[in-house]
Ligand binder design. Sequence first.
Ligand code: PMP
Length: 458
Amino acid sequence: KYESYPYERIQKIREQNIAPSLRTYYKKPLLLHQGHMQWLFDHEGRRYLDLFAGIVTVSVGHCHPKVTMATQKQLARLWHTTNIYMYPAIHEYAEKLTSLFPDPLKVVYFTNSGSEANDLAMFMARLHTRNFDIICLRGGYHGGSPYTLGLTSLTPYKHGVANGFGCTTTMLPDVFRGPWGGSHCRDSPVQTVRKCSCTEGECHAKDQYIEQFKDTLNTSVPKTVAGFIAEPIQGVNGAVQYPRNFLKEAYQLIRERGGLCISDEVQTGFGRTGSHFWGFQTHGVVPDIVTLAKGIGNGFPMAAVVTTKEIASSLAQNLHFNTFGGNPLACVVGAAVLDAIEEDGLQKNSEDVGTYMLLELAKLRDPFEIVGDVRGKGLMIGVEMVTDKDSRRPLPAEEINQIWEDCKDMGVLIGRGGLYSQTFRIKPPMCITKRDVDFAVEVLHTALQRHVARATAK
Ligand code: PMP
């Protein structure tokens, strides 16, 4: 039996007292009652398969019993004020988390959000290199704080106030939407329909994008830079993947100019890409700084920056303090999340179920002209909707909104992304099963059929 919530009253509070810059999903936003693993339940007891995991935050499952139990136990023991003392759970978690990184990434700073983690990463890169300029990619999302907003290159999140001093945005190597195609260039079970002139082993598309990257370095910034930040697969921009070896070559160019390489793993970390625990490993690179948030706490507000001893020593010349960062409760949650990933085999599940889902979704591309691109790796998936595959114009908002609303009404919650909100983002809790995938793909198929029926009736 579900408690009854006064929907209208809650909606009114939202209109009157909650920041209007926060936008809810759907014409009639969901009023949630509870969550369990890959499922969400609304105030009327309706069940939804959650393919967006609280914006890629619920890594191991809503209210995962192991995480809940560990949190409850810690709540009765000690929550806070430990940065100036020692507490075993914090040290054990630091050891456990850093053991998952290759050398020399062995030092962790705990923060409370992804924006804060990227703020600190920028700060560290500047302090360590004594350079100022940071390069980022178009379409990237790295935070909403004044510092990180300069790295976030998506107009809907930009505000007309001073930000981004020293941040230079360069061309996005997007093999679907970009000028050079890349029909076998990305690390995904599904390749784009955009043909390219590459030959096996030689990616001309990547070479062209690297030329653009060099062009930015040669024209827009000083000879030395503080760093480069990129997501291994872009999240908010709709699971955009770069051609193979792009990041490897970009890292080299940055290092030649004295800069540090920052991997924003806020969405791609913790096994989500399936083949590897961290997204950077899928590109064969080792960054100098890695930022973590979202899935690190399965929804608990916590984040981290992992770096090398040498870089950390630059920050150690003075005090750097964060009141809530790495509090005992957060560390216990973080450790339970790591245990759950391991015990439930969630990295492997991401690989198996993610690959299955990508291949099933790709089958929708042929019968439906508006399904432009299906891409991703593991459970980091994007389905880009277009008017037609030739023009690749984004599907108009009213049309994509209706497909999305239909999916919700049939019990499947999907995220949205891309500059025009034209991409469905599928990044579920990593405990999702193949049966869930069959259900979700069937629902999307039905919603697409309804779209075709509406279009022909016009
Ligand atoms: N980096 C990436 C890749 C993100 O997706 C986000 C959040 N969408 C952030 C950083 C910022 O995280 P937060 O909202 O916790 O500040």
